[in-house]
Design a protein around this ligand. Structure first.
Ligand SMILES: C[S@@+](CC[C@H](N)C(=O)[O-])C[C@H]1O[C@@H](n2cnc3c(N)ncnc32)[C@H](O)[C@@H]1O
Ligand SMILES: [Zn+2]
Length: 387
């Protein structure tokens, strides 16, 4: 395997180079490495650093005794950065022989032998055999086959990437239903749908063993969804968590949407606003996607450490922090098109909603989307006045 050195954050890591030397998809290399995920990894390092400091203080555990599992490690770049830049004890696991060899080489190269273990197991086996304070699931494609084991294994925090955005967002409906035991809707807020379908599945996996989660941060792009969940044990808290799982009823004719909490709920199939037929998505997560204070601390950590993608990372975390924590966002352009009016600046719309007493925010999902507790009737009455 040809390799080259890259530096991300404060860590230099050896990664594969394709034999042809020209550009190639990350999955075609003998060991996976995707430079485009540096932003995702920079955020991971900052989140893990903030979380471990809190955990260490709260439980009186030295940072070096906190155990982190990078269950699908490939070159090891994610977990090696966590070991090097955060200082926790990291286990890097990958079932591929090439990956294991590269991880071993990288560990030596960085002088991290005392802080890092390498294992070559099926990720589900190691997650059933051992418990870790923090577990990171970063697969190629769907995380679904790993969620049951990860939900048992992650004692304090679970981080999950999903790159199967088409199934999660309803574009590949049947695949989404198979993977997540839920029905997603592919509508204007499909990006938020994807996060909520994934979190709904993880919540149900945690509940199986009386465990619960509190989302710290969840963000998405066209290519992936990433979430960080604080986890814990307790039947009562698991019951309370499940009250935040439910359904969204959506009217494709008029844009009206409504949330229903619970697993067995009665949902009318007629839109209360325009009497058209509604569509139902779920079960999915209806609770918060982010913890505002935690996001604020991650922003400060990014400013302190200045990783390579700091500006982009700060933009994402800042938007997540300010986002209203209610489902689901509206697309200004879609509503304007329907009304036959041109769109105004998104900030004008948000300021006008606020001046009328509504809560309103931009979102990290798109530059033209917004969240508000105003009804669709109120939004439609305000938009034409903004010219
Ligand atoms: C997308 S890559 C991981 C990327 C890495 N976390 C990073 O940030 O660069 C997924 C890795 O999971 C490994 N893998 C897939 N299924 C596995 C399983 N069931 N058990 C262990 N490793 C697995 C593959 O060999 C591959 O190296
Ligand atoms: Zn309707």
């Amino acid at each position: 395997m040809n390799i080259r050195a890259v530096k991300e954050g404060k860590t230099g890591v050896l990664v594969p180079v394709h034999e042809t030397g020209i550009s190639f998809p990350p999955s075609a290399a003998p060991v996976f490495y995707n430079p485009a995920m540096e932003l995702n990894r920079d955020i991971s390092v900052a989140v893990t650093s903030v979380f471990t400091k809190k955990l260490s203080g709260r439980r009186n555990i030295p940072i070096g005794d906190i155990r982190y599992l990078d269950a699908l490690a490939a070159s090891g770049i994610r977990g090696l950065r966590i070991a090097n830049e955060v200082g926790v004890h990291v286990t890097l696991n990958d079932w591929s022989e090439d990956a294991f060899d590269l991880i071993t080489r990288n560990t030596e190269h960085l002088g991290l032998r005392t802080k890092v273990d390498a294992t070559r197991k099926n990720a589900n086996v190691i997650m059933h055999e051992q418990r870790f304070n923090i577990v990171d699931i970063d697969p190629f494609g769907t995380p679904a086959p790993f969620l049951a084991a990860a939900a048992r294994c992650a004692v304090h925090m679970l981080a999950v990437t999903a790159t199967d955005t088409a199934p999660l967002c309803g574009a590949h409906l049947h695949s989404g239903i198979r993977k997540y035991s839920a029905v997603p809707l592919n509508n204007e807020y499909h990006a938020e749908m994807g996060i909520r379908i994934l979190l709904g599945k993880i919540a149900r996996e945690l509940a199986v063993t009386d465990r619960f989660m509190t989302p710290l941060l969840s963000h998405t792009t066209r290519h992936y969804v990433r979430t960080y969940l604080e986890t814990g044990k307790g039947a009562k808290k698991a019951d309370e968590m499940l009250e935040k799982v439910g359904f969204i009823s959506h009217c494709p004719s008029c844009g009206f949407r409504e949330s229903f909490h619970g697993i067995a709920v009665h949902i009318d199939s007629e839109c209360p606003r325009c009497a058209s037929g509604t569509l139902v998505a779920g079960p999915l997560w209806l609770g918060k996607l982010h913890d505002r204070d935690f996001c604020g601390e991650v922003l400060m950590e990014l400013e302190r450490t200045e990783p390579g993608t700091m500006e982009q990372a700060k933009k994402i975390i800042g938007s997540c922090m300010d986002e209203l924590d209610i489902p689901t966002f509206y697309e200004q352009h879609l509503i304007c098109k329907k009304l036959g009016v041109s769109a105004s600046g998104i900030n004008d719309l948000i300021n006008t909603l606020r001046s009328r007493g509504f809560a309103a925010s931009r979102t990290h999902f798109s530059g033209t989307s917004f969240k508000t507790d105003a009804s669709i009737d109120e939004i439609e009455s305000i938009l034409p006045m903004l010219r």
